[in-house]
Design a protein around this ligand. Structure first.
Ligand SMILES: [Zn+2]
Length: 137
């Protein structure tokens, strides 16, 4: 299968996932509304309702975030930008897109972005520098 065929398939998957999320979000929201209508005034019930509400809103938040990412990816596809890295502009490997269809950067750029927050690569460079000094003596 060619890359463009694979990407077309990924778009279909994204659209299906988006529809499923839409349905889930609609279900969660109606559940939230029901919970609010069924409030009895009992303190324990109210506490349980609050916990359930929080759980639901966390779920909705996570689903909304994914939905945004998926809508963004579909938009990128329609703009002909889908599958290219935001960081370096190179095509994102299909294996990565299959794992995360709405990925916007390649693994190299993702690692670079993540290494800015850590010191993992600094240690490696120090070691290389030490070896070079030993060689020159
Ligand atoms: Zn990149």
């Amino acid at each position: 299968m060619s890359r463009s065929e694979s990407i077309k398939k990924l778009r279909d998957q994204l659209v299906r996932r988006r529809d499923a999320l839409h349905r889930a979000l609609e279900g969660d929201l109606s559940l939230l509304r029901e919970l609010h209508q069924e409030k009895t005034g009992d303190i324990l019930d109210a506490a349980a309702d609050t916990a359930q509400d929080e759980l639901n809103s966390q779920l909705i938040e996570a689903e909304s975030r994914e939905l945004n990412a998926i809508n963004d990816a579909i938009g990128r596809f329609d703009a002909g930008m889908f599958g290219n890295c935001d960081g370096c502009g190179k095509p994102i490997p299909l294996s990565r897109l299959r794992a995360i269809p709405y990925a916007t950067d390649c693994i190299d750029c993702r690692r670079k972005a993540e290494s800015k927050n850590g010191s993992g690569t600094t240690v490696l460079w120090n070691r290389v520098f030490d070896n070079a000094e030993v060689d020159s003596v």
